[in-house]
Design a protein around this ligand. Structure first.
Ligand code: BTN
Length: 252
C-alpha cells in the first residue's frame, strides 16, 4: 500500500493547506499530508474562495509522480472518485459532478483541487481535499447554504473525523496505486459510473462560451466529451457544469 498519510503535519489554522504543501513539497517525502482545522484563505477551483469553517476536513497531499503533463487533470478526477467512495461508505448517495465536485442531491459536500509544479516536467502535484464533515451549514455565508451540505447534516449526527481521515488516506492510496500500476481506464470507468452528468443533457460554462449538449463521456485525460445538437462532439478541458437537465427540466 502507498505512503499517503504516513507523514502528517498538523496545524490549527493555515492560509491554505495547498499553499503550505507547496512550500514544504521540495523537502518533503511523497505522501506527506498537511492538515488543518481551519483555513483563512482556502482556495477552490477557478480561483474561487473555499470557505473552511471548523468541523471540516481540509488537507493536502504532496505527491511526486512520474507523469506527463497531459495526465495531470485526471489526478483530480481519480482522487475525487476516492473521496466520493468514502462518502458513499456512510450509506449516502454521493455522485461526482465533472470534474471533481462530490455532491449529494445537487448540493456540494466535497471538492478536490490539484496544484502542479510545472517547471519543465511535473516535480510534484499537491492534491487538496476539502470535505464538509462536521460543518454546521450556518457557518457558511447565507448565499452558499442552499448549495452545500455536510456529513453531519446528511447523517443527522457528527462523524468520527479521525476515522474519516484514515479512510480517505486508505482510499487515496488505493486509487494512486491503481493509477501507478496502469489501471487508469478502470478508474475512469468507475468515475463514469458515479458521475451525476454522464448521459444527461448539460450546459457547460467555459471561460469563453456556454455549450449545451449531452455529456456522453470523459476521455483518458479527463476531458468531458459533449455531443452537440448537430451530432458533432466537443471536448472540454475546463469548465463549470451549472445546469443539468432531464426531460422534466432543470434539477441540479
Ligand atoms: C473545489 O473548488 O471544488 C476544490 C476545493 C478544494 C478545497 C481544498 S480544502 C484543502 C485544500 N486547501 C485549499 O486551499 N483548497 C483545498
Amino acid at each position: 500500500m502507498g505512503s499517503i498519510g504516513e507523514n502528517i503535519i498538523y496545524f490549527e489554522e493555515v492560509d491554505s493547506t495547498n499553499d503550505v504543501a507547496k512550500r514544504l513539497a521540495p523537502k518533503s517525502k511523497e505522501g506527506t499530508v498537511i492538515i488543518a482545522e481551519t483555513q483563512t484563505k482556502g482556495r477552490g477551483r477557478g480561483r474561487r474562495e473555499w470557505i473552511s469553517p471548523p468541523g471540516g476536513v481540509w488537507m493536502s497531499v504532496i505527491l511526486k509522480p512520474k507523469i506527463d503533463l497531459s495526465c495531470a487533470p485526471v489526478f483530480t478526477l481519480i482522487f475525487g472518485l476516492g473521496v466520493c467512495k468514502v462518502i458513499r461508505s456512510f450509506g449516502l448517495n454521493a455522485k461526482i459532478k465533472w470534474p471533481n465536485d462530490v455532491i449529494i442531491k445537487g448540493r456540494k459536500i466535497a471538492g478536490v483541487l490539484a496544484d502542479l509544479d510545472l517547471y519543465e516536467e511535473v516535480n510534484f502535484v499537491i492534491v487538496g481535499v476539502g470535505i464538509d464533515a462536521n460543518v454546521d451549514l450556518e457557518d457558511f455565508p447565507k448565499e452558499f447554504r442552499g448549495n452545500v451540505t455536510s456529513l453531519k447534516r446528511e447523517l443527522g449526527q457528527e462523524i468520527e473525523k479521525q476515522s474519516l481521515i484514515q479512510n480517505i488516506f486508505q482510499e487515496m492510496n488505493r486509487v494512486y496505486d491503481r493509477f501507478k500500476s496502469g489501471s487508469l481506464s478502470s478508474l475512469l470507468q468507475e468515475w463514469k459510473e458515479l458521475s451525476s452528468i454522464i448521459g444527461k443533457t448539460v450546459e457547460v460554462h467555459t471561460e469563453t462560451e456556454t455549450i449545451k449538449g449531452a455529456a456522453i463521456d470523459i476521455d483518458k485525460n479527463g476531458a468531458l466529451i459533449i455531443k452537440l445538437e448537430d451530432g458533432s462532439h466537443k471536448k472540454i478541458i475546463a469548465g463549470e457544469v451549472n445546469g443539468v437537465r432531464d426531460s422534466s427540466g432543470l434539477y441540479r
